[in-house]
Ligand binder design. Structure first.
Ligand code: HEM
Length: 166
């Protein structure tokens, strides 16, 4: 949340787009719980913030089976090897995110302006390839707290902005 607020403070143009979205979709001025699913750009800000500054910097795993394993059918991993997936580097990898990988640009997530070759998982946001963003991990062991957390985070910066700009 602190990174989201700092990035918003540093990027007034992003604040302006977010404020327009709040004005468009929040009839009461400040966002209500039921308005949050309409705030697509606010959601993009959350993904973009967690891309540049992942809350969990790396996912650590170890091979606990009694023998060596083959990862993804091609990488031999000896038994008891520790593996760390560096989310910070993954999320800034130019092979996935392009030459602007280090820039704060929430619009890159917005599925309303589709990027050729990118895919959408939920009809609102898009990403370059499965596995390029792992803020909440993926698959059956993905974070079960991601939905409530998403709601909380989006609310935490849309609400103050709606009050300040009112
Ligand atoms: C900033 C907010 C959060 C982030 C970034 C986050 C991220 C993650 C990540 C990356 C994993 C996968 C860890 C791994 O595979 O080693 C995970 C797992 C998990 N998270 Fe979260 N999480 C957040 C909030 C929450 C909340 C609010 C809850 C509970 C309400 C929660 C419950 C869990 C649980 C139970 C797992 C283990 C799932 C499993 O192993 O099957 N998380 N989280």
């Amino acid at each position: 949340m602190s990174f989201a607020l700092k990035l918003l403070a540093l990027h007034p143009s992003v604040q302006d787009i977010l404020f327009s979205e709040i004005q468009q979709f929040c009839p009461g001025g400040a966002p209500e719980y039921t308005d949050l699913n309409k705030l697509t750009y606010a959601l993009c800000i959350m993904y973009e913030t967690m891309r540049l500054f992942p809350v969990i910097g790396s996912l650590n795993l170890s091979v606990s089976s009694p023998h060596d394993e083959i990862l993804l059918r091609k990488y031999p991993i000896p038994q008891d090897t520790a593996i760390a997936i560096d989310l910070y580097c993954l999320h800034r990898n130019e092979n996935y995110w392009g030459p602007t990988a280090n820039e704060f640009n929430p619009s890159r997530w917005d599925a309303r302006t589709p990027t050729p070759g990118w895919y959408s998982t939920d009809g609102k946001t898009q990403m370059p390839v499965r596995g390029a963003w792992w803020g909440f991990s993926e698959g059956p062991r993905a974070c079960p707290g991601r939905r409530p957390h998403r709601t909380l985070l989006v609310f935490s910066y849309t609400f103050p902005l709606s009050c300040i700009c009112d």
